[in-house]
Design a protein around this ligand. Structure first.
Ligand code: CP
Ligand code: NVA
Length: 308
């Protein structure tokens, strides 16, 4: 039984096939073609945190493929009254065909997978956000025609999105340079694993504290929020720490002239990115946002339809 709990759960070949399929589904869905690959399947979305894109992308994705979806807000489940994750998992596993879960602890998606007996998709944990990276890579292929050999500069917090991007870049052979404060580096265990993968794919991973050094010569500049969900208590400290890590017109000057700017959203204009950059000609943020739907649909098709 395959699940997608971490970016490192996908091989290069699987990722390639997933991106090709996401592109095909994009054409079909946009053309209003009927797709029935998920007919009879029920997708459960167990969410502990808010979501606009990921939730709607997976719900609409399930519907467009002929399946059904159920939104299960964790605070309306008995989980909120202390029912263990493993008990919840065993019950949901008997009702559903696949669980898409947005959680605080990575351990929660791992337990859901261990005890449900059905595929589980990590729709964001504090550690990783793998389905985001699938949509991102589809967007980069559309903009640049390839992934391998490009330079992606990630500016800001070494958070869940950054962790999955580092691993994803290593898998596809894209060079990644993370510009972040020393105290907010990506997860060290993921970095180590990604370094090993990068050695075999020939890509480079660089972590620097100077954002303009990270952005120099970049094909893509990517940023995310400075205060992730669950970190609200650290807001003031974080706003101070990331002040010099804004994606703005000055930073874009050191990148390639045709640099594309990405943000997984939601964005905070005037903090991690300026309004002129996110609304400007280098931004591919809105295409990236749309692609969350096609990435989600491809992931559902890949995982919900497997022999049990
Ligand atoms: N990028 C992303 O995951 O957005 P949501 O939080 O709206 O799902
Ligand atoms: N790092 C952000 C991503 C939101 C999609 C968060 O975890 O809140």
């Amino acid at each position: 039984m395959r699940s997608l709990l971490s970016m490192s759960d996908i091989s290069a070949a699987e990722l390639d096939a997933l991106l090709t399929r996401a592109g095909e589904l994009k054409k079909k869905i946009r053309a209003g073609q009927e797709i029935s690959s998920l007919r009879g399947k029920v997708v459960g979305l167990l969410f502990e945190k808010p979501s606009t894109r990921t939730r709607t992308g997976f719900e609409v994705g399930a519907l467009r493929l002929g399946g059904h979806s159920l939104y299960l807000s964790a605070n309306e489940l008995q989980l909120s009254r202390g029912e263990p994750v493993k008990d919840t998992a065993r019950i949901l596993g008997g009702y559903l065909d696949i669980i898409v879960a947005r959680v605080y602890a990575q351990e929660t998606v791992e337990q859901l997978a261990q005890f449900s007996g059905i595929p589980v998709v990590n729709a964001l944990s504090a550690l990783e956000h793998p389905t985001q990276i699938i949509a991102d890579f589809l967007t980069i292929v559309e903009a640049k025609g390839k992934l391998r050999g490009l330079k992606l500069a990630y500016i800001g917090d070494g958070d869940n999105v950054c962790n999955s991007l580092v691993m994803g870049s290593a898998i596809v052979g894209m060079n990644i340079s993370v510009g972040c404060p020393e105290a907010y580096r990506p997860n060290e265990a993921i970095l180590e694993k990604a370094q090993q993968v990068a050695m075999s794919t020939g890509s480079t991973i660089e972590i620097v504290d100077d954002p303009s050094r990270a952005a120099r010569g970049a094909d893509i500049i990517y940023t995310d929020v400075w205060v992730s969900m669950g970190e609200e208590a650290e807001q003031q400290r974080r706003l101070r720490a990331f002040k010099a890590y804004q994606v703005n017109a000055r930073l874009l000057e050191v990148a390639k002239p045709d640099v594309s700017v990405m943000h997984c959203l939601p964005a905070h204009r005037g903090l991690e990115i300026t309004d002129d950059v996110i609304e400007g000609p280098r931004s591919i943020v809105w295409k990236q946002g749309e692609n969350k739907l096609y990435g989600a649909a491809a992931v559902l098709e890949w995982l919900a339809v497997q022999p049990r």
